[in-house]
Design a binder for this molecule. Structure first.
Ligand code: NAG
Ligand code: NAG
Ligand code: NAG
Ligand code: NAG
Length: 378
């Protein structure tokens, strides 16, 4: 089982004062099970932490659900792009889709529509939608979605075009998406083309808006590296250095901290956090977190989730996050929507995996949103 332990607040050196070892061995109905152990030498009063850690049983498992009734992506969308210089209008001519997935198996039914955004700043230009076509996996739209925008601004955008099933109860399902980098688009090409839809998890810049970046360094230490049975199991060391250009949520600057989980575990035992850095858009955390209990096989099924939060008295606000994993959409044989690492994140994780015992440094963009609502169950 993978276990978590925490090192010093500030150094990547190995320290180990065992506080609590959870050895509960309850079988869960899923094929994975985690027993976490936390080690720390922090000088904070952590008695309450200890109490909460020891109260968590080993059978916690988490189930994620992002979209309602998530379906496998299939089919294609046909569209053409144009920029009208005169009216300074970007036009997306959406003609049709074919072979879309059927959402409601029982009723053999999908009610698809097409939605567009311009990234990175999704909110600024807003979304556009086609009409909803009922009971068809081959909808025909022949509609033009329009954005009034300067060409120079348009050229730094990415078009995000997604297809959705419109559920009568508002539980819409994602059917697939395409992204078009408008900087490299050939604007002389006004032809209609078919584009195969891609699943969201494979999207190149999944949710990367202007949310700043995080500097971090990670290494994997396989069992036995430092001598016989030392460490007894593999360890992942995560050195959270700093974040830059965090969203300016408040005029006085954000009071930020970083939370860390190793998914699929979302229990307290998997949870670690840095200190809060006050009133700074470029906080220096310089904090090392260590998880042990890793077997080399776990590296492909686990996912390190780092999220940055603005700390306020009553609530914390999400500022951005990254997920380090293989991005396969699958963890221990189970499809999960949080296994959605971007190309950059996957590249870092692969580098860590293939270069054991080496600190791998990276600067990664923080994603503005992380898919997957978590449900907890004991
Ligand atoms: C981070 O912490 C280490 C150990 O305490 C210290 O030596 C180093 O100077 C710190 N780095 C920065 C950038 O403050
Ligand atoms: C989807 O259906 C609901 C309820 O039937 C409706 O109110 C809503 O406007 C529809 N959404 C779109 C994008 O047309
Ligand atoms: C594209 O838009 C869809 C629908 O809002 C969203 O779920 C998806 O995450 C977006 N993709 C990116 C890369 O932002
Ligand atoms: C973070 O990365 C930037 C750019 O690579 C670099 O200038 C900065 O010194 C880094 N910060 C730390 C704490 O390593």
């Amino acid at each position: 089982p993978v276990r978590a332990k925490e090192l010093s607040k500030s150094t990547p050196a190995l320290v180990s004062e065992v506080i609590k070892q959870s050895e509960s061995d309850t079988a869960s109905e899923l094929s994975f099970r985690y027993n976490w152990c936390r080690k720390t030498n922090c000088n904070d009063s952590h008695s309450s932490d200890m109490a909460s850690v020891s109260s968590v049983s080993g059978s916690v498992l988490s189930v994620y659900s992002g979209d309602f009734g998530s379906v496998d992506t299939q089919g294609s969308v046909q569209f053409a792009l144009d920029y009208n210089e005169k009216s300074k209008e970007f036009q997306i001519y959406v003609t049709q889709c074919k072979d879309l997935a059927t959402v409601d198996e029982r009723k053999e039914r999908s009610d698809p529509y097409v939605k567009t955004y311009l990234l990175p700043d999704k909110a600024r230009m807003g979304k556009r939608k086609t009409s909803v076509k009922k009971r068809t996996v081959n909808p025909v739209y022949n509609e033009i979605l329009r954005y009034k925008i300067e060409k120079s601004v348009l050229l730094i955008q990415t078009l995000n075009l997604s297809v959705w099933h419109n559920d009568t109860l508002g539980r819409n399902s994602f059917l697939g998406e395409r992204e078009v980098d408008l900087a490299s688009w050939d604007w002389s090409n006004r032809k209609l083309n078919w584009y195969p839809l891609k699943p969201r998890s494979l999207s190149i810049r999944n949710g990367v808006d202007h949310c700043g970046v995080m500097n971090l360094s990670i290494k994997y230490i396989p069992p036995g590296t430092l001598g016989p049975k030392n460490p007894p199991t593999g360890e992942v060391h995560i050195w959270v250095k700093d974040a830059r250009d965090l969203p300016q949520l408040r005029p006085s600057g954000v009071d930020s901290f970083v939370k860390c989980y190793v998914l699929p575990d979302t229990s307290k035992k998997s949870y670690q956090k840095t200190r809060i850095v006050k009133k700074d858009q470029n906080p220096l955390f310089n904090h090392t977190i260590v998880y042990d209990g890793f077997h080399t096989e776990d590296l492909k099924d686990a996912c390190v989730e780092l999220t940055v939060w603005d700390h306020e008295k009553l609530t914390n606000h999400f500022l951005g996050g990254i997920r380090l994993g293989m991005g396969t959409g699958i963890s221990y044989g189970i499809p999960v929507d949080w296994m959605d690492s971007t190309q950059e994140e996957v590249a870092l994780w692969q580098e860590i995996t293939s270069n054991p015992n080496e600190w791998i440094e990276a600067t990664l963009p923080l994603r503005s949103s992380l898919a997957g609502k978590r449900k907890f169950r004991k």
